[in-house]
Design a protein around this ligand. Structure first.
Ligand code: E4P
Ligand code: PEP
Ligand code: MN
Length: 481
């Protein structure tokens, strides 16, 4: 799925916001009908003329937050919808999302203390373009239509599936409205909003992202943080070519089939320099955020070779941000009461186990988890469940499954989830400190030449203790909704 045909840097052309156009777009291109191409061109030109949605100085701040997270000196919380809806650009719904993120940040801050500031980023104000497993969908009436690709592209209703370029401009205005709420809340005198909420989305729709990128200064001014999805991170592909030139910090999702070679190639590519001649700066730590989304019980198999390869590479340290959502999605049939509707769901306890496992494996390599990436909403939805059924026979419960794409944790589930993750992080950090002290003692013991020249900390004997240390009680965790 991800060919390791990396193009050596020496063969790459100079980067520009459009240099990706000479690389293959392996998957997920939006196929606009030919009759809309003139309108697409006009729309993209209009978008390129609009003012920045996010100020470059904000992007610089976020980049330094990510550098701190890569060093273990900050924690990044990212949360929001799978597919943000234009219909949710309301004061109430955006407000609920903000309240949830603020409460989660408070929980994490209380747990991690002053030495580890928590920075909050929302999948908001631009998370309007979606990759899909199947780009076309056959409806019950036999018609084949485009799959829903996010409100930037088409509508969720079967009648509105033709990609429409005008939606890109609508997306810009919705993003502006949401950003206005985010920034004006900081000015409220009641001080409920204590810290900025930055914005992020998947850099999927390359023509759009290009239009919103400043050519000389290389900022994508539509969000502070952008990520490349699991389906579009091909090493020779257009998405990574686009991302490698950005000044914004960039995330890369990594699924269970990811190899160490791929990760090293991704980090090398995104850590610059931009071409063989320029003498450009090398990317700093935290420029890249690796976002494992492995699925439960995969971390101990997939991550160790990757961590080993990174530690041996001398490349700038990435942020490690766990997405426990995308590897743990499954479909359920909701039964005859709901006309046999099949919907996607996730079990919060399974997701939590993935976070625990990722923290544990990172800890074995002396690395702290630097961030958490959740699909969530502040609303009281029923989309993820641990036990029981998703839809009860009453229509009120099916009305509470509202997601346009993947299932989200409800506000109460997401808060409880972060409370549990905070406990895990505290334990992991305590373990890390203990291991480091132990490492110093070990190092002192070897001075004198017995193992001179060996700089690695001796972690293996501590592993067993670490595993015992980690057990977090799960009982009674996260009931339905
Ligand atoms: O959010 C991620 C993807 O867009 C989503 O998981 C794809 O879902 P699908 O498999 O239903 O297309
Ligand atoms: C598409 C997404 O995830 P992934 O690329 O990990 O499947 C997402 O985060 O919405
Ligand atoms: Mn999703």
């Amino acid at each position: 799925m991800h060919p390791s045909t990396d193009i050596p840097l020496t063969q790459r052309r100079a980067w520009s916001p459009t240099s990706w156009q000479s690389s293959p777009t392996h998957a997920q291109q939006v196929l606009y009908p030919p009759h809309t191409h003139p309108l697409l061109a006009i729309t993209l030109a209009r978008l390129a003329d609009l003012p920045p949605l996010v100020n470059p100085s904000t992007i610089d701040t976020v980049r330094s937050n990510h550098a701190a997270a890569a060093r273990g000196e900050a924690f990044l919380l990212v949360g929001g919808d799978c597919a943000e809806s234009f219909d949710d650009t309301t004061d109430a719904i955006v407000g609920l999302k903000m309240d949830l993120l603020n409460r989660q940040a408070e929980v994490l801050e209380r747990a991690l203390g002053e030495k580890v500031p928590v920075h909050v980023t929302a999948r908001l104000a631009g998370q309007y373009s979606k990759p899909r497993s199947q780009l076309m969908e056959t409806l019950v009436d036999g018609r084949t239509v485009h799959a829903f690709r996010g409100h930037n592209v088409n509508g969720a209703s079967a009648e509105d599936r033709e990609p429409d370029p005008r939606k890109l401009l609508h997306g810009w205005w919705h993003a502006l409205a949401v950003l206005h709420k985010l920034s004006s809340s900081l000015m409220n005198t009641d001080k409920k909003q204590r810290k900025p909420i930055y914005t992020a989305h998947e850099a999927l729709h390359l023509p759009l992202e290009t239009a919103l990128t400043t050519p000389t200064t290389r900022y994508n001014t539509s969000a502070a943080f952008l990520w490349i999805g699991e389906r579009t991170r091909q090493l020779d592909g257009a998405h990574l070519e686009y991302a490698r030139g950005l000044r914004n910090p960039v995330g890369v999702k990594i699924g269970p089939t990811t190899t160490p070679e791929e990760v090293i190639a991704v980090l090398t590519l995104l850590s610059g320099p931009l071409d063989s001649k320029e003498g450009e700066e090398r990317g700093e730590e935290g420029k890249v955020t690796l976002i494992p989304r492995l699925g439960v019980d995969k971390a101990s198999i997939v991550l160790p070779p990757i961590l080993r390869a990174i530690q041996a590479s001398g490349l700038p340290a990435p942020v490690w941000m766990c997405d426990p959502c995308h590897g743990n999605t499954f479909a359920v049939d909701t039964g005859p009461e709901n006309n046999g509707a099949v919907v996607k769901t996730r079990c919060p306890t399974t997701m939590l186990r993935e976070v625990e496992q990722v923290i544990e494996v990172l800890g074995e390599f002396g690395v702290q988890l630097g961030g958490l990436h959740l699909e969530q909403t502040g609303e009281d939805v029923v989309e993820c469940v641990d036990k029981g059924v998703l839809f009860l026979s009453s229509s009120s419960s099916s009305e509470r499954y509202k997601s346009l794409c993947d299932p989200r944790l409800s506000g109460s589930q997401a808060l409880e989830f972060v409370e549990k993750v905070a406990e895990m992080l505290v334990k992991a950090r305590a373990m890390g400190e203990e291991t480091e002290k132990q490492g110093v003692v070990e190092d002192e013991k070897v001075v004198g030449g017995v193992r001179e020249g060996q700089t690695s900390l001796i972690r293996v004997p501590l592993l067993e203790r670490a595993l015992r240390f980690f057990r977090v009680p799960f009982a009674g965790l996260l009931g339905n909704a």
